[in-house]
Ligand binder design. Structure first.
Ligand code: DC
Length: 235
């Protein structure tokens, strides 16, 4: 296979929650001039729609009703120059500002374990990456969505470090939560992601591990540059 730095590839980034996957993926995409796709935002957008259309009530997810709504949900990303990133739209309405609420966060892992939801979103993600030149982050990108991705990165960090980062973020926003509460939430989401029946989070056999527990964003970018140069020079 002919490959050079000019040839666009697929970069799959999977890993645990609160590892800084999106920050890392966004920076890589900007550097390479690639499209960045945050697949977690797509699962969150379906969850928001389900909440607003009666398929989730009092925290209970009605899987059949969620599945029945799928045909009426159209998802798109549009670049927002003010943010320097893409916003997510559902049926033409921007929902970027609403998909990270506590309400959505507390139901999204259940919605993302519904088979028809995964089938629809995986097919959309594959279509988005058909022309290569994408950096996609999620949980199953290197294993299910693009098992043929030229570069697969599996991100991880010590749960205590991830909890601390999340704690600092939430406190900066004025939210009152304890570090112990957050650490328990990080660990329980790790368990849920790794043990679900369909497409559980797991490291692809050919993925390279990036443990960023003690790395700055600049150090992670340097780490990436070395791997990318090696891959682009050999594939
Ligand atoms: O990356 P995030 O925390 O925004 O993802 C939200 C949820 O969606 C999370 O519970 C895991 C799930 N998800 C998934 O199952 N598969 C993906 N490719 C991306 C996210």
């Amino acid at each position: 296979m002919e490959c050079s730095k000019a040839k666009k590839i697929v970069i799959a980034i999977d890993g645990f929650s609160s590892c800084g996957k999106s920050t890392f993926a966004k920076a890589i995409a900007a550097r390479l001039g690639y499209i960045f796709i945050d697949t977690g935002a797509m699962y969150r957008a379906v969850t928001l729609y389900a909440l607003e259309h009666g398929a989730i009530e009092a925290g209970t997810v009605d899987e059949e009703r969620v599945a029945a709504l799928l045909d009426e949900i159209s998802i798109a990303f549009r670049f927002n120059p003010e943010r320097g990133a893409s916003d997510i739209y559902v049926n033409g309405t921007c929902v970027e500002g609403r998909i990270r609420s506590i309400e959505v966060s507390s139901c999204v892992s259940r919605v993302s374990s519904i088979r028809p939801v995964r089938e629809k979103l995986v097919a959309m993600q594959q279509a988005m990456g058909r022309d290569r030149g994408v950096v996609m982050d999620g949980r199953d990108i290197g294993t299910v969505v693009f098992p043929d991705a030229e570069l697969k990165i599996f991100m991880t960090a010590d749960p205590a470090v991830r909890a601390r980062r999340r704690y600092d973020e939430l406190h900066a926003k004025g939210e009152e939560v304890s570090l112990a509460q957050i650490e328990e939430n990080v660990r329980s989401r790790d368990r849920a992601d790794m043990t679900r029946a369909i497409s559980p989070l797991r490291q692809a056999d050919d993925a390279i591990v990036l443990d960023n527990s003690r790395m700055s964003v600049e150090e992670q970018m340097e780490w990436f540059r070395e791997r990318f140069d090696r891959i682009a020079g050999t594939c």
